[in-house]
Design a protein around this ligand. Sequence first.
Ligand code: NAP
Length: 250
Amino acid sequence: MYIPITPVPGEFAGRRALVTGGSRGVGAAVAQRLISGGATVVTSARSWNDETPKGSTFISADIRTAESARRLVDAALEALGGLDILVNNAGAARAHFGGIPDEEWEDSLAINFLSAVRVTNAALPALQQAGRASIVNISSGVAANPPAPMLHYGAAKAALASWSKGLAAQLAPIGVRVNTVTLGMVETPGGTELLQSVMEAMGGSTQHAYSAIPLGRVGDPRDVAEAVAFLVSERAQWIAGADLHANGGA
Ligand SMILES: NC(=O)c1ccc[n+]([C@@H]2O[C@H](COP(=O)([O-])OP(=O)(O)OC[C@H]3O[C@@H](n4cnc5c(N)ncnc54)[C@H](OP(=O)(O)O)[C@@H]3O)[C@@H](O)[C@H]2O)c1
């Protein structure tokens, strides 16, 4: 069972954050954690739902194209007046048994990799201007060990982690820290649906998959939010280019 953590009061006071895919799941928990620490937060996704943090400004955007990524950043900068924290969390995965269609490769690269590159490039002048800025990219353990039905997703997340590492070295000298958080199984609307489809095809169950996690339970989105909160906080001021695995010890 997840043990709730009390945020440090005012930890993120005066900080302005954009969390992509912030409407639900991991992104919503990250946004809520930043808001609880005093940040002003913009969340984005294609559509809003009941899980979207009420304390955030929601901007609807499908960020699979360069133009829509740029428009999202423009709107977020207008709402926030600047940007200190960017969390590239939006992502999606569908398992394909018996072959991955070409359009799925393109779609997976667009949402799981290129969206982060494009949002970051559009946001970079504002992050540099803010000083002491921070970017966290959300990757997946599937990147290192992709099963056949998810090769497109694993390859896109591997590209994300590689880019994140290189970007960290490039941006550290201008005061922008870049880090990756790589996730294991986390109970979210998207994550659970995907795992169910894979386990059903293999004749297993989600509970069976969860039982293999060494720390004894599936991830809660708030587990990930704590990892992200640490990396974007001043407590991590000397950390760049890290890849923090939040996976219950898997
Ligand atoms: N849960 C896990 O076990 C797990 C494991 C490893 C990595 N991850 C990664 O963690 C991140 C969060 O995943 P999650 O589990 O929280 O998934 P989720 O519940 O499906 O949430 C995904 C978020 O991304 C948004 N999104 C999807 N497609 C989009 C698009 N084309 N344009 C803009 N926003 C889009 C979704 O909103 P809309 O659909 O309304 O656009 C939603 O806000 C993803 O990058 C995922 O790959 C998750």
